[in-house]
Design a protein around this ligand. Structure first.
Ligand SMILES: Cc1cc2nc3c(=O)[nH]c(=O)nc-3n(C[C@H](O)[C@H](O)[C@H](O)COP(=O)(O)O)c2cc1C
Length: 458
């Protein structure tokens, strides 16, 4: 079997993810692997489709494409995203069509499901036959049980190819049509002392998005600053070197850090105005997020109300909406998402005005929704990581997490554990157990009732 590996780590041969591919190469000698490190070729690919000919030749000879990458900010790394955009921009979908594809990622298991889900959708959009996706923690290769799993993942791929097995399409195609939107003339303005910063990836081609920004600005009677990601000097993709771990200093010296710090300092209310590209936003926006890793796992947008103006079918992209939610769990607050698919022009105008109204209200009242599963799981993963060995590499995280009290073990207190131990013992006795279960629902709200009665609410 001929396998083309599209490797996505900026670290190329030094990639942790690639070590699992090296393992497979040495375990399955009868098969022929060809690895392409996309980061090395991207600049050439950007010059034109001709430059992608060597890759397409390899693709033409392959029976399966293995998409291999580290999870970066809930998705593929920005340069990998750019590669995907080029495939669609150059109309190269046919080269991938009907070929088998599988995904292998490593990460610390934060939002790895979102990264896998995104790429599975892309493979299906390319007409590929998606076989399987395996998500390993970055050290899993060292565990015998995980290596066995990796072997079985590979066997499953081989079985699909040799037996020409069918694969179902799991994600519906994303609608491409966008109704042109024109911002209405002004109307009621919202007076505010809150400082709005709009971060956008809009180009001249993004007419709807530019109109949405116009509509937003026209309803704010206050300070608004618009910052375009195409006007910032960002010289490189994140290197994944973790140089930033000690004191948040990035190894790359360009205009990025000043830009990011400006956004953090200047915004009470942050608006991301973005266009959908395939199943996510642009690779330029992804670059902005990846490079924010300079602050590692510190919630840098803490205290801000954040809203999204989106040009594109975000209502069809549940995975994208979940990625957005990930980023605003407790520390910053997601006010809402308004897209140009919402209705006719007056409806979009009104939704934008109400989005501004809510953002200002929430900023005044301090309304921050508490985290859902997404935020609670995130905190658990990061705190466990920082408490462990990686807390030595991410010293800046360690200091922050210690200051914020995130490093305390999340076990219940001694008193609660003692009561639970006694209860476990007593529940072994039928009479006691029957008494408790008979009255279970009343017990479950006993403390709520006590509180409400005590406060005079009942
Ligand atoms: C910029 C950046 C963003 C990251 N984002 C995530 C993430 O969202 N979720 C996660 O679980 N791990 C994340 N990681 C950790 C990497 O996915 C993980 O270390 C991976 O194993 C690195 O693989 P590699 O050596 O092949 O590049 C991130 C690392 C970097 C440098």
């Amino acid at each position: 079997m001929k396998i083309l590996v599209l490797s996505g780590s900026p670290k190329s041969e030094q990639s942790a993810t690639l070590q699992s591919v090296n393992y497979l190469i040495n375990r399955h000698l009868a098969h022929d692997f060809k690895i392409i490190h996309l980061i090395r070729h991207l600049k050439a690919y950007e010059k034109g489709p001709d430059q992608m000919k060597p890759l397409l030749d390899e693709l033409g000879q392959s029976e399966v494409v293995l998409w291999v990458f580290p999870v970066y900010h809930s998705l593929v790394p920005a340069h990998y995203k750019r590669f995907i955009e080029l495939i669609f921009e150059y109309g190269l979908e046919d080269a991938f069509k009907d070929r088998y594809g599988a995904i292998f990622t490593t990460s610390v298991h934060f939002a790895d499901n979102n990264a896998q889900d995104y790429l599975q959708g892309i493979l299906e959009d390319l007409g590929m036959r998606f076989i399987d996706g395996l998500s390993h923690e970055m050290k899993d290769l060292l565990e015998a049980s995980r290596r066995r799993e990796l072997d079985l993942f590979f066997t499953n791929i081989a079985n699909h190819v040799t037996q020409r097995m069918l694969t179902p399409r799991n994600q519906a195609p994303v609608p491409t049509h966008r109704r042109p939107y024109l911002a209405g003339a002004g109307g009621e303005k919202i007076a505010t002392d809150r400082r709005f910063v709009v971060v956008t990836d809009a180009t001249d081609k993004d007419r709807n998005l530019l109109e949405m920004i116009k509509a937003l600005v026209s309803v704010i009677d206050g300070k608004v600053s618009i910052r375009n990601l195409h006007e910032v000097e960002i010289s490189q993709y994140c290197l994944g070197c973790c140089h930033c771990g000690y004191d948040n200093t990035c190894a790359i010296k360009d205009g990025y850090r000043e830009f990011l710090d400006g956004v953090i300092q200047d915004a009470d209310i942050l608006i991301y105005a973005l266009a959908v590209h395939d199943r996510y936003f642009s690779s330029r926006f992804k670059l902005y997020l990846d490079r924010s890793f300079t602050y590692n796992h510190v919630p840098i947008m803490r205290g801000k109300q954040v809203a999204y103006l989106v040009s594109g079918p975000v209502s069809h992209l549940g995975n994208l909406r979940q990625i957005i939610q990930h980023d605003h769990q407790g520390h910053s607050n997601l006010v809402g998402i308004v897209s140009d698919e919402a209705g006719d022009d007056p409806t979009v105008d009104a939704l934008i005005r109400d989005l501004v109204r809510k953002a200002v209200d929430f900023s005044h009242t301090g309304y921050f929704r508490s985290p859902t599963f997404l935020g609670i799981a995130q905190r658990h993963i990061f705190s466990t990581m920082v408490r462990g060995f990686l807390g030595a590499i991410f010293r800046a995280d360690y200091r922050y997490y210690q200051k914020e009290g995130y490093l305390k073990p999340e076990l219940p207190g001694l008193k609660e554990r003692g009561t639970a131990m006694l209860m476990r013992h007593m529940m072994g006795k039928a009479r006691f157990r029957n008494q408790v279960t008979k009255d279970m629902t009343r017990h479950m709200i006993a403390s709520h009732v006590k509180f409400l009665e005590g406060e005079g609410y009942r």
